[in-house]
Each structure stands twice: as structure tokens, then as C-alpha cells.
Design a protein around this ligand. Structure first.
Ligand SMILES: NC(=O)c1ccc[n+]([C@@H]2O[C@H](COP(=O)([O-])OP(=O)(O)OC[C@H]3O[C@@H](n4cnc5c(N)ncnc54)[C@H](OP(=O)(O)O)[C@@H]3O)[C@@H](O)[C@H]2O)c1
Length: 251
């Protein structure tokens, strides 16, 4: 029987965790119904916004890896609902929560929400691990690719340290398996690079030529990015660079 409940299992990070887990190790939590052939212990339909299905999903679970997110807001509330359900379990599980480097120093609305969700986890009374990571390669790629038909591509004049999502997934599984508790050191990818350089590399890989214009944006958010609060230069995980990621994309 699965003893590890994976929220956000259908998302970018959740899929990576699932792909690295031992078959049968995880139980997916999703709002969607189980795909044909995947019902039973390995899939639980549930909604973190309402709490529906959570008690059944948590039956027999000793660890939760919590990757579900709603970028338009609501992560703290979803995390509160999850934690409350976990505390009702006969044996309250260890919760591993993934967050983002700089959530406490970069005043973006989504980051404030993540910080509030961290607080919910820390004050839950459950055994917890919190792992902050920098941006995934996939996110950088999709942000740039969405601008590929614009006459020029604007990038903030900041540095980033993108990470392969599988290294983050591996780290979360390690925390789940070893039971290591507390706030872990921040992790980032192997290189700290200018966002504009990543944009140029992305456009090249898409076979598109567009001028890339780094812009100096005003305000506290970009001041915090420019100060490098989004980086974890002392903890570079893995060797797979953004160029390696691009080279591995299907042609
Ligand atoms: N993307 C990055 O660069 C990055 C960097 C560092 C940390 N992180 C963190 O990593 C985590 C995962 O990010 P991601 O990019 O993999 O997310 P994602 O691809 O957007 O996936 C979101 C997941 O959340 C689930 N979800 C949303 N609302 C739900 C609800 N009401 N009930 C149950 N599940 C719900 C969705 O599942 P269903 O639709 O199947 O229900 C989906 O699997 C987030 O906490 C994010 O902050 C991301």
C-alpha cells in the first residue's frame, strides 16, 4: 500500500517526483478522477480548496510531499486544509513542503502566499521539512517561449539560477525517506546567469530570432531580484544546466 501522499502529482514537479519514486511508493492526490487502470491505492481524488476526499486520501499515509499550488492565490488556505486533515489522522504524517528561494525577501503576492503556507506547515505541530528551490528550467522556458512571436523579447535585468526539476524532486524524496526535519538550506541550479542570456538561448533553441532587451524595472520586487534574493549560489545542486535542458527538448 502507498504510504506517501503526493499533492500536485499531476504538475511539473509532482510528475518528476512520481517518475523517481519506487513504483507503488506514492499515492497521487488530484482533483481529477483516476485515469483508467490507475484507481485503487495509487490515486486519490480530492480537492485541497474544499477538503473533499482528504481523509480517505490520507488513510495509511506516513509522509506527504506537498507540491500542489495555485499561482493565482490560495496556497496558504490549501495548506491549512491539508494540515488539518493530516492532524486528524490516526498517525499524523511527516509533511515535506516545497517553497521558493526568496519568499521572505521578494514582495511578490505569490511569494507572500508561499511564505504564509510555510508558516502553516511550521506551526502545524506535524513533523515537517521545508525545502526552498530556485526556478525550474521548465518555467524559464515557458516564460520566454510565450513571447516568441513578439517583435522583441523583454527580460528583467536580473540574474537567475534555474534548476532541473528532477534534482528538486530527488531532494524531496530524500527528505521524505530519511525523515529529515526542519527548514533545509536553499537549493538552486549549477549556474547563476543573466535572464537575458537564458532568453537568447531559448529563442535560438526554438529557431526564432528576436532582439532580447534587458530592462531595468522599478519597484521593490525587482530591487529584491537585483539584490540576488532569488539565488542560492552557495548550494548549487546537480550538473544539468539550462543549455543541457534545451538540448534535451524534443525537436
Ligand atoms: N515552477 C517553479 O519554477 C518552482 C520553483 C520553486 C518552487 N516551486 C514550487 O513547486 C510546487 C509545484 O510547482 P509546479 O510548477 O510543479 O506546479 P504546477 O505544474 O502548476 O501544478 C500544480 C498542481 O497543483 C494541483 N492543485 C491545484 N489546485 C489544487 C486543489 N484545489 N486541490 C488539489 N490539487 C490542486 C494540480 O493538481 P490537479 O489539477 O490534478 O488537481 C497540479 O498538480 C509549487 O509549490 C511551487 O511554488 C516551483
Amino acid at each position: 500500500m502507498s504510504s506517501l501522499l503526493l499533492t500536485g502529482a499531476t504538475g511539473t514537479l509532482g510528475r518528476a517526483v512520481d517518475s523517481l519514486a519506487v513504483p507503488g511508493e506514492t499515492r497521487t492526490l488530484s482533483r481529477r478522477a483516476a485515469p483508467a487502470g490507475l484507481a485503487g491505492a495509487s490515486w486519490a481524488q480530492g480537492d485541497l480548496a474544499t477538503g473533499e476526499g482528504l481523509d480517505a486520501a490520507l488513510e495509511g499515509v506516513d509522509t506527504i510531499i506537498h507540491c500542489a499550488t495555485r499561482p493565482r492565490g490560495g496556497d496558504a488556505r490549501m495548506t491549512r486544509i491539508l494540515v488539518d486533515a493530516a492532524r486528524r489522522s490516526t498517525t499524523p504524517p511527516h509533511i515535506v513542503y516545497v517553497s521558493i528561494v526568496g519568499v521572505d525577501r521578494i514582495p511578490l503576492a505569490y511569494y507572500r502566499e508561499k511564505l504564509a503556507a510555510e508558516d502553516v506547515v511550521e506551526s502545524s505541530g506535524l513533523r515537517f521539512s521545508i525545502q526552498r528551490a530556485t526556478q525550474f528550467h521548465n518555467l524559464v522556458f515557458s516564460v520566454v517561449a510565450s513571447q516568441r512571436r513578439m517583435p522583441l523579447v523583454l527580460t528583467p535585468s536580473i540574474r537567475v539560477q534555474p534548476i532541473d526539476v528532477h534534482y528538486v524532486a530527488d531532494q524531496l524524496l530524500a527528505l521524505a525517506r530519511t525523515g529529515m526535519a526542519g527548514r533545509m538550506p536553499d537549493i538552486g541550479g549549477p549556474q547563476v546567469v543573466r535572464a537575458s542570456d537564458l532568453a537568447r538561448a531559448t529563442l535560438k533553441s526554438l529557431g526564432t530570432q528576436r532582439p532580447v532587451v534587458p530592462v531595468l524595472l522599478p519597484g521593490a520586487v525587482f530591487a529584491a531580484f537585483r539584490a540576488g534574493h532569488n539565488l542560492a549560489p552557495g548550494n548549487r545542486l546537480g550538473t544539468r544546466t539550462y543549455d543541457d535542458f534545451l538540448a534535451g527538448l524534443p525537436v
